[in-house]
Design a binder for this molecule. Structure first.
Ligand SMILES: [Zn+2]
Length: 351
């Protein structure tokens, strides 16, 4: 029997020292689009009902270039389960999500991340602070049991809630990636700027700080510049792949002038399709953010594997999915290959 030691995977912080790390997200939106998760409550019951489909999406994101398998515990917290009357499933759903992610991470070189997020219960009172802390402690505890490499705390609009998540994750002895979500305003709900909030979170011990969700590439980039200048450690950026603008800075504020018959008067969250960034726009974002000094990159709600592959390739990677990256040279109408039938070439180009 070989006594050779199994080489240990490099951890998150080692990898960040060597180069950018990619983390694919957006599980809620993608599994909703696939018909296995209900928009509205947005509770990931699919984790229990179809763990094989969650594993499949983990696989697709890793194939496309994600370095991280993020356990799908986003919104698998006490408050979200309460709203669908299934609080009794809290521990089961968390442990199953972690187990599914563990299986995929163990198949290759991916890192396994636990996840906590906005509880929707935070307010600046001692009672709310205690409730939120308990919610983080129970979820982080299950993540520790599953042997995660690090924990992501994300989508906080109250920086103070993010600070509590940081404390809980660091108390568990794990690296913490903490990201804030900015909605219509360029400040947190306490009215701290992104730079000020991220600096405070870094000072509280977070290993990576930055922004995720809500904002598309165009309205997240300017904030990243200020965050990069304010902190000394690693910076994260995981925008939504939607074309937000200065006038419509968040995905909730996007409007479609050609179609306004939405059931609730807005495209968010089930009709954002016409605003979706293509793969080249995501590549542009990845390059621009990386040039700013952002080294933990991903795509949040709305992400699909082609976005992740494009991001990976923009950062100089060739993930397994690059085997199928577009090559138009053999396209019947647009190609340049000399064996293509000349009669077809240029046909579609001129239409
Ligand atoms: Zn998101």
């Amino acid at each position: 029997m070989s006594t050779e030691a199994i080489p240990k995977k490099a951890g998150l912080l080692d990898r960040l020292e060597r180069g950018p790390v990619i983390c694919a997200e957006g599980y809620l939106f993608e599994l909703e689009r696939r018909g296995y998760l209900q928009a509205g409550a947005f509770v990931p019951e699919v984790v229990l009902e179809h763990p094989e489909l969650v594993a499949q999406l983990h696989h697709e994101f890793v194939h496309a270039g994600s370095d991280v398998v993020e356990a799908f515990t986003y919104y698998a917290h006490r408050e979200k389960l309460r709203i669908i009357g299934k609080e009794h499933l809290l521990e089961t759903i968390n442990r199953q999500a972690l187990k599914t992610a563990r299986t995929v991470a163990d198949e290759g070189d991916s890192l396994l991340a636990g996840n906590v997020c906005n509880t929707n219960l935070f307010e600046p009172t001692d009672a709310a602070r205690a409730t939120v802390r308990e919610m983080f402690e129970e979820q982080v505890g299950w993540a520790v049991d599953a042997g995660v490499d690090f924990v992501i705390g994300e989508t906080y609009s109250f920086a103070e809630e993010a600070l509590i998540a940081t404390e809980v994750i660091k108390s568990a002895g794990l690296p913490a990636v903490i990201t804030l979500a900015f909605h219509q305003l360029d400040v947190t709900r306490e009215e701290w700027t992104p730079a000020e909030a991220c600096k405070r979170i870094e000072d509280a011990g977070a290993d990576v700080v930055g922004l995720n969700c809500i904002r598309g590439p165009e309205t997240m980039l300017p904030m990243l510049r200020s965050v990069r200048e304010a902190v000394t450690g690693h910076v994260a950026a995981l925008p939504v792949p939607y074309r937000t603008t200065e006038a419509q800075p968040s995905m909730q504020s996007l409007r479609d002038p050609d179609y306004d018959a939405f059931p609730d008067g807005r495209p968010f969250p089930t009709a954002l399709d016409p605003f979706t960034c293509n793969r080249y726009e995501i590549a542009d974002f990845a390059r621009a953010a990386h040039e700013l000094g952002v080294n933990y990159l991903g795509v949040c709600c709305g992400a699909a594997p082609h976005h992740i592959r494009s991001m990976a390739e923009a950062l100089g990677r060739t993930p397994p999915a690059s085997r199928y990256t577009a090559d138009m040279s053999k396209h019947v109408f647009l190609g340049t290959d000399s064996t293509l039938k000349q009669q077809n070439l240029g046909y579609a180009r001129d239409l």
